[in-house]
Design a binder for this molecule. Structure first.
Ligand code: GEK
Length: 253
């Protein structure tokens, strides 16, 4: 089967075969060197709508990014969101801070960003987003990363993002979601499974990856996300994108 089209122009394009052979025991998923090598292929073939979602980031950055402000890409991996955000920047003196806590990801992301002709200043930092200081932000993007943060730390992190945003600034939060009932959950899971099969993953790969992500990627419902965002103080909270069980929220301060 064909691979899905990729958006970002990164070097880490090996085909993801990490779970293609039977494993005796499945360890919890980590973002290590092996994952970095195949990451672009992995995310494109695993997240329905990933390319389309990112292709809208320039539109969002055009609307929300203001002069003399910062943008944050939290859990940047190889910088795909950073690159997409940059495309829409039309004002002066904007800096993008891209943060990830995986050494392997940050090393590769720094290499890729150095090779790329950046329109604005991009700083790629290794760090835990929960400990990051966020100030003077007109846009914060967190693309499929909150789901990896321990649930106990999510509320405080969202509050911190809200506090670090300027008035009128926006938070883009993309997540794999859990459905509100079993029927919907089964339907979305099966559509996601078929999507992955159509992109060349075998049943074995799908099931071993699912085991690796258990208790590592903890999804929540749309309602849980919306409630938390509103409680943090965001005045406008909406779902602007959804493809099966992958959703992106826009929260405006
Ligand atoms: C994209 N946004 O291509 N602090 C910093 N980074 C973290 C933390 C943390 N506490 N926990 C996990 N990460 C990207 C895709 S991937 C999503 C993001 C996925 C990082 C982790 O190292 C990984 O690089 C990223 O969050 C999640 O638009 O693979 O499903």
């Amino acid at each position: 089967m064909n691979k899905t089209t990729q958006t970002s122009k990164t070097a880490s394009k090996d085909q993801d075969k990490l779970y293609s052979q039977p494993r005796e025991a499945i360890a919890g998923f980590v973002f290590d060197d092996a994952v970095v090598k195949v990451f672009e292929d992995m995310i494109g073939r695993s997240v329905p709508g990933y390319t389309t979602l990112l292709s809208m980031f320039p539109v969002l950055s055009r609307v929300f990014i203001t002069a003399n402000s910062r943008c944050y890409d939290l859990g940047c991996s190889l910088g795909a969101a950073t690159l997409a955000i940059q495309q829409g920047i039309e004002c002066d003196n904007v800096e993008i801070i891209a943060v990830d806590n995986s050494i392997a990801m940050v090393d590769e992301c720094q290499t890729l960003m150095a090779r790329h002709k950046n329109k604005v200043s991009v700083v790629v930092e290794r760090g835990d987003v929960c400990k990051l200081e966020i100030t003077n932000a007109s846009l914060v993007a967190m693309n499929f990363t909150l789901q990896f943060i321990p649930e106990s730390g999510r509320k405080i992190l969202i509050k911190k993002i809200y506090s670090g945003l300027n008035e009128g600034g926006a938070f883009i939060l993309s997540e794999k979601i859990k459905a509100k009932n079993t029927v919907e959950q089964n339907r979305l899971t099966s559509l996601h499974h078929v999507f992955k099969k159509a992109n060349g993953y075998s049943d074995l790969e799908i099931s071993q990856k699912r085991s690796a992500l258990e208790n590592v990627l903890v999804a929540e419902t749309v309602e849980q996300h919306m409630t938390r965002l509103k409680q943090a103080g965001f005045s406008e909270v909406l779902v602007w994108f959804q493809c099966f069980n992958f959703v992106s929220f826009l929260a405006i301060k």
